[in-house]
Design a protein around this ligand. Structure first.
Ligand code: NAP
Length: 277
């Protein structure tokens, strides 16, 4: 498995498992659990969830899927901005730990910016770290100016990742945020890497993938995986699609293919407002 280094030096898989909307449909539950377990078997041992997803149903399903295999997993979950206060963070963390049926979270993220001052959230994260409830903390959906503010707050520079919308049709972060994060060696967790399946129907990508001998999903993921310090977290609740997506790791796009993708899906010419889903 290709890996990405956190600022601490710890290596995590560059291919992780997204879980938004997982656990919502009873009839799909068994296949969703089997898909996550198949991901672990294949070395995709990073799982991304959030207290928000299905009001805790995603965390509960993840807890079931990793039962008996906790030590193999790098578990990522997120706290709602309205829970990101001194009192709210430890309470939300306890609820997540209970649903996930574990005693620790590997990476705890602030889901997006809310009204609680960053310094307060960071202090609460640091206390959880001290108590051994979380191993690392980080952020999601923070733009460059937010990031600078976060890093200036006491203890904020110790963050482990920023989880951001990033795919061939959402390249805005390349304008200013991505280079800044790279310089600080903070990994990007690229969410919605196949644009929630919309990208897979894009005629330009379909044609490119066919010529390259890949499926559109593999081409979209291989493009992200070609970038330094980027972790992809595609979501699927089906083993067959997981196998297809994991196939992206077997391809390495060459210079000519990367140039072609730049022509088909041009990078931004400068800083862009941060997009989120
Ligand atoms: P995504 O991974 O780009 O796309 C997921 C969708 O694509 C699902 O409907 C899935 O359907 C389908 N799909 C996946 N692989 C496919 C394939 N090979 N062929 C056809 N369809 C395929 O979108 P996402 O779920 O928004 O993003 C991924 C993860 O990032 C989330 O699950 C979540 O963990 C995280 N996320 C974080 C934030 C944030 O604010 N931090 C926001 C959005 C997402 P099936 O399941 O039916 O296969």
């Amino acid at each position: 498995m290709k890996t990405v280094s956190l600022p601490s030096g710890e290596k995590v898989p560059a291919f992780g498992l997204g879980t938004w909307n997982i656990g919502d449909t009873r009839s799909q539950r068994a296949e969703e659990i089997a898909t996550l377990r198949a991901g672990l078997d294949a070395g995709a041992t990073l799982i991304d969830t959030a207290e928000m997803y299905g009001d805790g149903r995603s965390e509960e399903l993840v807890g079931e899927a990793i039962a008996g295999r906790r030590d193999e997993v790098f578990l990522v979950t997120k706290v709602y901005p309205h829970n990101a206060s001194q009192k709210g963070v430890p309470a939300a963390c306890e609820r997540s730990l209970k649903r996930l049926k574990t005693d620790r979270i590997d990476l705890y993220l602030l889901h997006w910016r809310g009204s609680v001052p960053f310094a307060e959230t960071i202090e609460a994260f640091a206390a959880l770290q001290q108590a051994g409830k979380i191993r690392h903390f980080g952020v999601s959906n923070l733009d460059l100016s937010d990031m600078k503010e976060w890093c200036k707050a006491p203890g904020g520079a110790a963050l482990a990742a920023n989880q951001l919308l990033y795919n061939l049709t959402r390249r805005g972060i390349e304008g200013d945020l991505l280079p800044w994060l790279r310089e600080k060696r903070v990994p990007v967790m690229a969410y919605s890497p196949v644009e929630q399946a919309r990208l897979l129907r894009d005629a330009k990508l379909v044609k490119f993938a066919k010529q390259a001998g890949m499926t559109p999903a593999q081409a979209a993921l291989a493009w992200l995986l070609s970038k330094e310090g980027v972790i992809v977290i595609p979501k699927t609740g089906r083993r067959e699609r997981l196998r297809e997506n994991l196939g992206a790791l077997d391809f390495s796009l060459n210079e000519k293919q990367l140039i072609e993708l730049d022509q088909l899906f041009p990078p931004p010419s400068g800083p862009q407002p941060l997009e989120m889903l």
